[in-house]
Design a protein around this ligand. Structure first.
Ligand code: MN
Length: 511
C-alpha cells in the first residue's frame, strides 16, 4: 500500500513463512513487568479481549509459580478460542503444573548462555541438553504440544545453541523459540541468526524479543522477513524491564507497511491497549506508536491544513484502522484553519471580529507556554459571544449580615432568565455565604461545582482592588470567570456569576 513493491522485495530479500502465528504473552511476560500482579479475574478479562482480536496462542501464565496461576490458566483455556499456553522450566514439577492446569500446550525453557549456565544454573553444556530433552520428552509423553526456548539464546555460543535446538527437535519438540532475553539483537544480527537456524532446523521458528534498546519490533519484523513463523508479543509491549515487542506495532506494520494481513482485527487495538493500560496501571506515553494519545493528534497549522484536505498528507494510516481517533490540538502552532474547524466541531459561530480576538488570545497563551484545552477554547469563544449577548443571570442585589458568635449570612437577589429570585444563606465567611446563596438560587437551572477560587489584591492598603479568578464546572464543561472590585465579596460574586453565565451559554450552545 506504500508502493514498496512488496512482491518484488519478497522475491529478492524475504523468506516469508506461509503462516505467521501471533503468540501473545501479555499475561505471562507482560505480567512479569515490575510491580504488576493481576488477579485471576483480571487475567480472564484481558485474555478474552486479546482473544477477540484473533491471536493464535495466549500464554496464560506460569502454572508452577502458584495455585492461583494454575486456576487462572485452566479458566482462561475455557473462555478463549486461541490455544492456551503454560510456561514451564524443563523440570518434571513444572510440567506437572501445566498438566494440572489442564493445558494442551507447554512453553518450556532452560538457560543456555554461559552466564546462565555458570551463574544461575551451575550446569555444564551436556547437562543443559540432557535436562531440556528430559523435560520435553516428559511433556510429549503426556500429550502436550511443546515449544522450547533456549533462554538468553542471543548470548549463547552459536555452535552450542544449534546443538541444543537440534537435540530438542530430535526429542520431538513442535516449535523452537529464540528469546532475546536482554534485548541485545539488532536487525542485521537477527537476519543472520534466523537464517542460520533455518538452515539447520526444519520445524517452525518462533522469536521472543525484548525491547531494552527499543529494537524489539524492528528485530521481530526482521525475523519474520527471514522466515520466522511466530512472534511473541504483548499488548502495549509490556514485560520484563522495558518490555517485549508490542502486538499493535508489529501487526499494524505488517498490515499497513508490508501489506501482510495475518488475520488480526486491528480495529480493536486502541481499545485493547486502553483496557490493558487501565487494568495494569501501566499507561502508555502519549507518543507511543499506534495507540498513544498523540498517534493521530495534530497542532501545527501546516499539518492540520493538510489533514483537513486529505488525512494521508500527515498520517501514515487512518485512525479508524486501529480504532483510534484523530485529534486537532490547539496551541501556539495552530493555524486559523484548525481553529475554525475546531469551533465548527462545537457548533460555535463567531463573527470575523470575534474570531480574530480568540485567535490572538490562543496565540498569546501559546507564547506563554500554556496548552489550550478544549475547555479553554470554548471558554475563550463564549467570552467573545457573551460580551455581545444578554447574560442569562444578572445580579440585582447583595446584602450581608455578620457579627460576633453568629454565622455570616448573605442575601442575594438574581434575575435568572428574566425571573427575579432572592435567598439568604449562611457560610463560614462572607464570601462562602454569598456563594452558597448563589448556588441555591441557580440549583434549579444548573448544577455547578466551584473548582478553583483565587483572590489577589492588585494594590496595597485597605482600599486595595481585589481581583478574583474562579473556575466553575458542570457535568460537561469548565469555565473561567474574573472580576475586580474594591470589595472582596462583590468581586467574588461577580467572578462566579461571570463564570456560570459562560457555563450556561456553553451548555445552551451544545444543545
Ligand atoms: Mn521474556
Amino acid at each position: 500500500m506504500y508502493n514498496l513493491d512488496i512482491e518484488s522485495i519478497k522475491k529478492q530479500n524475504m523468506d516469508l513463512a506461509d503462516k505467521i502465528y501471533i503468540f501473545d504473552t501479555t499475561l505471562r511476560d507482560g505480567e512479569q513487568a515490575p510491580g504488576l500482579a493481576l488477579t485471576v479475574d483480571e487475567k480472564i478479562q484481558i485474555a478474552q479481549k486479546i482473544d477477540n482480536i484473533g491471536v493464535d496462542k495466549i500464554e496464560a501464565g506460569f502454572p508452577a509459580s502458584s495455585t492461583g496461576e494454575v486456576l487462572a490458566c485452566s479458566q482462561i483455556k475455557e473462555v478463549i478460542d486461541a490455544t492456551a499456553v503454560g510456561l514451564a522450566r524443563t523440570v518434571k514439577n513444572d510440567v506437572d503444573a501445566v498438566l494440572d492446569a489442564d493445558l494442551d500446550y507447554m512453553h518450556t525453557f532452560i538457560g543456555t548462555s554461559p552466564l546462565h549456565r555458570d551463574y544461575k544454573l551451575k550446569m555444564d553444556k551436556e547437562s543443559i541438553i540432557e535436562t531440556a530433552v528430559a523435560g520435553i520428552e516428559y511433556g510429549k509423553d503426556h500429550g502436550l504440544t511443546v515449544e522450547f526456548s533456549a533462554e538468553d539464546a542471543t548470548r549463547t555460543e552459536r555452535d552450542f545453541l544449534i546443538d541444543v535446538y537440534k537435540a530438542v527437535v530430535d526429542a520431538g519438540v513442535d516449535f523452537i523459540n529464540v528469546p532475546d532475553t536482554v534485548g541485545v539483537l539488532t536487525p542485521i544480527i537477527t537476519k543472520a541468526l534466523v537464517s542460520e537456524l533455518k538452515s539447520h532446523i526444519n520445524i517452525p521458528i518462533s522469536v521472543h524479543f525484548h525491547n531494552d534498546f527499543g529494537l524489539a519490533t524492528a528485530n521481530t519484523l526482521t525475523a519474520i522477513e527471514n522466515g520466522a513463523s511466530q512472534a511473541h508479543v504483548t499488548v502495549n509491549g509490556i514485560g520484563e524491564r522495558t518490555g517485549n515487542a508490542s502486538i499493535e506495532e508489529l501487526v499494524v506494520t505488517l498490515k499497513a507497511v508490508y501489506g501482510i494481513d495475518i488475520g488480526i482485527d486491528t480495529t480493536q487495538l486502541y481499545n485493547l491497549s486502553d483496557f490493558v493500560g487501565r487494568i495494569t496501571g501501566i499507561k502508555m506515553p502519549i507518543n507511543k506508536p499506534i495507540v498513544g494519545e498523540n498517534a493521530f493528534a495534530h497542532e501545527s497549522g501546516i499539518h492540520v491544513h493538510g489533514i483537513l484536505k486529505n488525512s494521508l498528507t500527515y498520517e501514515p494510516i487512518s485512525p479508524e484502522l486501529v480504532g483510534h481517533s484523530r485529534k486537532i490540538v490547539i496551541g501556539k502552532h495552530t493555524g486559523a484553519n484548525s481553529l475554525k474547524s475546531k469551533l465548527e466541531e462545537y457548533n460555535i459561530e463567531l463573527t470575523d471580529d470575534q474570531f480574530e480576538k480568540v485567535f490572538n488570545q490562543v496565540k498569546a497563551l501559546g507564547d506563554k507556554g500554556k496548552t489550550i484545552t478544549d475547555y479553554d477554547l470554548k471558554a475563550l469563544a463564549i467570552t467573545q459571544i457573551s460580551a455581545a449577548k444578554e447574560t442569562p443571570i444578572k445580579l440585582l442585589g447583595l446584602g450581608l449580615f455578620f457579627g460576633a458568635n453568629v454565622s455570616p449570612t448573605a442575601t442575594v437577589k438574581l434575575e435568572i432568565d428574566g425571573v427575579e429570585k432572592e435567598v439568604s444563606a449562611t457560610g463560614v465567611g462572607n464570601v462562602d455565604a454569598a456563594l452558597n446563596a448563589i448556588r441555591s438560587l441557580i440549583s434549579d437551572t444548573m448544577d455547578i461545582e466551584l473548582e478553583e477560587y483565587n483572590l489577589e489584591a492588585i494594590t496595597g492598603g485597605t482600599d486595595a482592588l481585589a481581583e478574583v479568578f474562579v473556575i466553575t464546572s458542570d457535568s460537561k464543561n469548565k469555565s473561567i470567570g474574573r472580576a475586580t472590585n474594591e470589595d472582596i465579596v462583590m468581586a467574588s460574586v461577580e467572578a462566579v456569576l461571570d463564570s456560570i453565565n459562560k457555563l450556561l451559554l456553553i451548555s445552551r450552545s451544545d444543545e
